[in-house]
Unconditional design. Structure first.
Length: 148
């Protein structure tokens, strides 16, 4: 059986319990402070990493915007150059067509003149041949009448 504690023993036991509780409180406070410190370090580390990621993303966005603007500028220039080249091609084709039409018209006129000259020459030759035939007939008749 356990003997009841005497007052000095109870006091010693209570004091020992109080010391144990105070020691536990100090240990818990130390652990709590260590956890707060670790938490603060984790927050600072996460904040730093987030800031670095944010800065990196901003730089990436800025670089991509620059690339997009450059591509848009190059696209506008390419479209403008293509339009200019097409316009120049159309102008050149128009000039070529006009020159070919003019040349064709000149050739048509030259051909018409040659044809007219050929017809006149043919008529002249035909008239000359007819005149020659008439003269030869007359001569033949004159020669035939002179013998009879």
């Amino acid at each position: 059986m356990v003997e009841p504690l005497t007052q000095p023993d109870a006091l010693l036991q209570a004091q020992a319990e109080i010391r144990g509780l105070r020691l536990t409180i100090v240990e818990m406070r130390t652990a709590l402070e260590r956890l707060k410190e670790e938490k603060q370090q984790a927050i600072q580390q996460a904040t730093g990493e987030a800031a670095m990621q944010s800065a990196h993303l901003r730089e990436t966005i800025s670089a991509m915007r620059d690339q997009l603007e450059t591509l848009q500028f190059e696209k506008r220039n390419a479209v403008q150059q293509a339009a200019t080249n097409s316009f120049k091609d159309v102008q050149q084709f128009t000039i070529t067509v006009r020159n070919l039409r003019d040349e064709m018209e000149k050739m048509r006129e030259a051909h018409a003149r040659e044809l007219q000259e050929l017809r006149r020459t043919t008529r002249d030759e035909a008239r000359h041949l007819e005149e020659t035939i008439v003269r030869l007939r007359e001569q033949l008749e004159a020669h035939s009448h002179g013998r009879v």
